[in-house]
Design a binder for this molecule. Sequence first.
Ligand SMILES: Nc1ncnc2c1ncn2[C@@H]1O[C@H](COP(=O)(O)OP(=O)(O)O)[C@@H](O)[C@H]1O
Ligand SMILES: O=P(O)(O)O[C@H]1O[C@H](CO)[C@@H](O[C@H]2O[C@H](CO)[C@@H](O)[C@H](O)[C@H]2O)[C@H](O)[C@H]1O
Length: 454
Amino acid sequence: MAKTQTATLRQDSLGSAVLLPSLSGLLREWLPRQRWFAGKGRPVTDLALLSVTELQPVCLHVLIRADHAERPAAGPAHDCYQLLLGTEQSPSPRPSPALLGRATEGPLAGLLVYDALHEPRSSSLLLERLRTSDTTDALHFERDWRVSIPAGLTPRLLEAEQSNSSLVYGDAYILKIFRRVRPGINPDLEVPRALARQGCTRVPAPVAWFRTTSPWDATLGVLQPFLRGGADGWTQALEALASAREFTAEAFEMGRATAEVHLALAAAFSVVSQDATESRRLATGMAGRLRDAIHAVPDLLPYASGLRSAFAELATLDTPRPAQRIHGDLHLGQVLRAEQEWHVIDFEGEPARPLPERRRAQSPVRDVAGMLRSFDYAAHARRPWHPQWALRCREAYCAGYAAESGWDPRAEPALLRAYETDRAVYEVVYEARHRPDWLPVPMAAVARLADAPG
Ligand SMILES: Nc1ncnc2c1ncn2[C@@H]1O[C@H](COP(=O)(O)OP(=O)(O)O)[C@@H](O)[C@H]1O
Ligand SMILES: O=P(O)(O)O[C@H]1O[C@H](CO)[C@@H](O[C@H]2O[C@H](CO)[C@@H](O)[C@H](O)[C@H]2O)[C@H](O)[C@H]1O
């Protein structure tokens, strides 16, 4: 086995402009291959290092901005990504997804550059920084001192298909490192902390987090207790389908868990009332997203008028309805069952939406619609499809929600249909961008929803 050797960098090599020539070519190749890269299909025209912090020799914490010539139908022209980069002088048997390649220019010339989250030394360092509440330049590591976090827990990078990257430490804690960084507090820190203050045990409470103050304030990562043995709703739903089992008891309990979280969110944040003007604003927003989605995925076009009828009906609703902070991207992959209870994770919201929008008060029906779409996803994940199975889950989930909250989402069919339609449109764009093989699943729903009586 080749001996690996850590390189050291001169302090004056760490300037963003000086370092960029070393990384630019490698990142242009490597970034678009990452699941969390949002600019798929749009060539990167420019890269800029927004900040570089040396956490140890040479483990570089980097915020990088990627610009694209083509602006997405919705969203910013550029994105900021968080990277932890390591270098070494000689090849190692490091797994290939970790390897960016060999730098040919600048201060790293001749060195192999890799994603240091794959490397135990760097991931251990992150935990140690969080434990000790350290600050290095603009990076602030903070923690809840009421919780004791042991030193030396063994790290492993989670292999799950996810939008960020997560490290599990000794099966005791999980650190989510946000890959796509936006200015402001990330709801995945803000909301679970607020829920913990409410005594809500359905959501793992953050015990430590880290943030940057340069080039702007932003949350970079959150450490939470790891739900050992937790199995996610998606895996369990597929298992049930594979063995021709019903999933209604589980769906009922998920409905109860969702309602419990919504009640705690209502207590933690303010509840507002949405009136007729708000219904029209919402409908306009949904119609606008559909227009953008058609631009990105022209296959949606034949269904456009049917889908718009759902939004038109929403625009006519004039009974005041409550709105509050919600999960924002609820689906079967966001619920984990551990010790017989469903827990809810990942309050980041839909990653493609701007943060202020994700933090806005919204109808809880939006989360319900997300989960109902997810039963439909599971039922259409493999042939033969099982639409009736999904319908039974749907009824059970809504019944569970009503049992806990005293309010049945089925009482608002027009609102539910509009949110399900909006969600299916989002899913079409998401799948086209990230997992084209999955596109038929939300497209089947689009066809059905477009055909539904208005
Ligand atoms: N507290 C936790 N305990 C156990 N597993 C977790 C926990 N939080 C997340 N996970 C696992 O990590 C995966 C990714 O987490 P998630 O927050 O959904 O990340 P992302 O936003 O990157 O998709 C989940 O599917 C789940 O399997
Ligand atoms: O990973 P995130 O939680 O950020 O969510 C994104 O990825 C999800 C897929 O991993 C995607 O969910 C869609 O596929 C799921 C099955 O893999 C299904 O259960 C969901 O209902 C469906 O929306 C999610 O939309 C996206 O935001």
